[in-house]
Design a protein around this ligand. Structure first.
Ligand code: ADP
Ligand code: TZP
Ligand code: MG
Length: 302
């Protein structure tokens, strides 16, 4: 850790040093994806499915989008990881997704959950509640989704630390990332105890991203506000997190994906002049950012 400790208004934070061992593991994840092109399967919403697949390919991975429940289970057996995004659902998925989560757990397969629009609708709520008993390896969402999922799983109620709940927010966040710190830590501790593999991480995206394994909180500043002007920035981040989860442990996979996104979106903002060209430049930058640029990013802990 460096000696450049300071306070951001809510918590004392310090930059990790240029030689911190986690940087080597982040670089390794970026390079391993590019050299082994791992398959990460996705069950994801039909609004942003194309960007999810293209972002996974641009990061160096391989994509497969599955919708039939038996396809999802069969593909999970041959994939390095699975991504489940609940942005657009159909009624029959209420039982099907609960069953898929149980099968992934039985098979010991790592998966990433993106709880898009958590808090909206009885069917989505039933599905997200069902995942508590067969939880994912990584949860990646915006602040409002993380706060809503934590409330749904009643984790704060169990340890007496329950914070304020928020109103359902649709697919966009109405909460700041810092408002979701305690929720993210509670969820990550729960994943570490109950997820297949015995390790978990929670990633909260926003103006400055946050990733935690339940013990340490990593803050990852930077990126581009233009990411809020294209649909699927968060969904594709979840997909790329699954790509990294195929080669790395949950914490490293989550941090690497978030850092890759921040560096790529900064480059894309400089090289584009509106949302359309930004999305194209962003995919190019995912492809071109070096592992060293990703791994040497500013990382704050505290
Ligand atoms: N104001 C912002 N400044 C910089 N990056 C942002 C900003 N808002 C979102 N991002 C980035 O956009 C991506 C998607 O995050 P977010 O918009 O929170 O997800 P979602 O689309 O699921 O709501 C992340 O890489 C995040 O860092
Ligand atoms: C607009 C929309 N509506 C249902 S899912 C979806 C995409 C959400 O994408 P993201 O969470 O990446 O902003
Ligand atoms: Mg989202």
């Amino acid at each position: 850790m460096s000696d450049s400790s300071y306070t951001d208004g809510t918590a004392a934070v310090s930059s990790i040093s240029a030689t911190d061992p986690i940087r080597e593991r982040i670089a390794q994840a970026v390079n391993d994806v590019r050299s082994t092109t791992p398959l990460a399967q996705s069950f994801t919403n039909f609004v942003t499915i194309n960007l999810v697949a293209n972002a996974q390919l641009a990061a160096g991975g391989t994509a497969a989008m599955s919708f039939l429940p038996d396809d999802i289970v069969d593909t999970a057996k041959i994939a390095g990881s699975t991504y489940i995004n609940v942005g657009t659902l159909l009624p029959f998925y209420k039982d099907a997704l609960a069953d898929i989560a149980r099968k992934l757990q039985y098979l010991g397969k790592p998966w990433v959950l993106d709880p898009v629009a958590a808090g909206i609708g009885k069917t989505r709520t039933a599905i997200l509640q069902s995942f508590k008993s067969a939880p994912p390896t990584v949860i990646r969402g915006n602040a409002s989704e993380i706060i809503a999922l934590d409330a749904m799983w009643e984790l704060g109620a169990n340890d007496g630390t329950e914070g304020e709940t928020t109103r359902p927010a649709g697919v966009e966040a109405v909460d700041e990332v810092e408002a979701a710190v305690d929720d993210a830590k509670r969820l990550a501790r729960y994943l570490a105890q109950h997820a297949a593999g015995g390790k978990g991480a929670v990633a909260v995206s926003g103006a400055s991203d946050l990733v935690t394994d339940g013990e340490t909180v990593y803050r990852l500043p930077g990126g581009s506000a233009m990411m809020t002007k294209i649909t699927g920035a968060g969904c594709s981040l979840g997909g790329v997190t699954a790509t990294y989860l195929a080669v790395a442990e949950p914490l490293v996979a989550s941090i690497a994906a978030s850092l890759l996104y921040n560096r790529a979106s900064e480059i894309a903002e400089r090289e584009s002049n509106g949302p359309g060209s930004f999305q194209v430049a962003f995919l190019d930058a995912l492809w071109n950012v070096t592992a060293e640029q990703v791994a040497q990013s500013e990382i704050l802990i505290g």
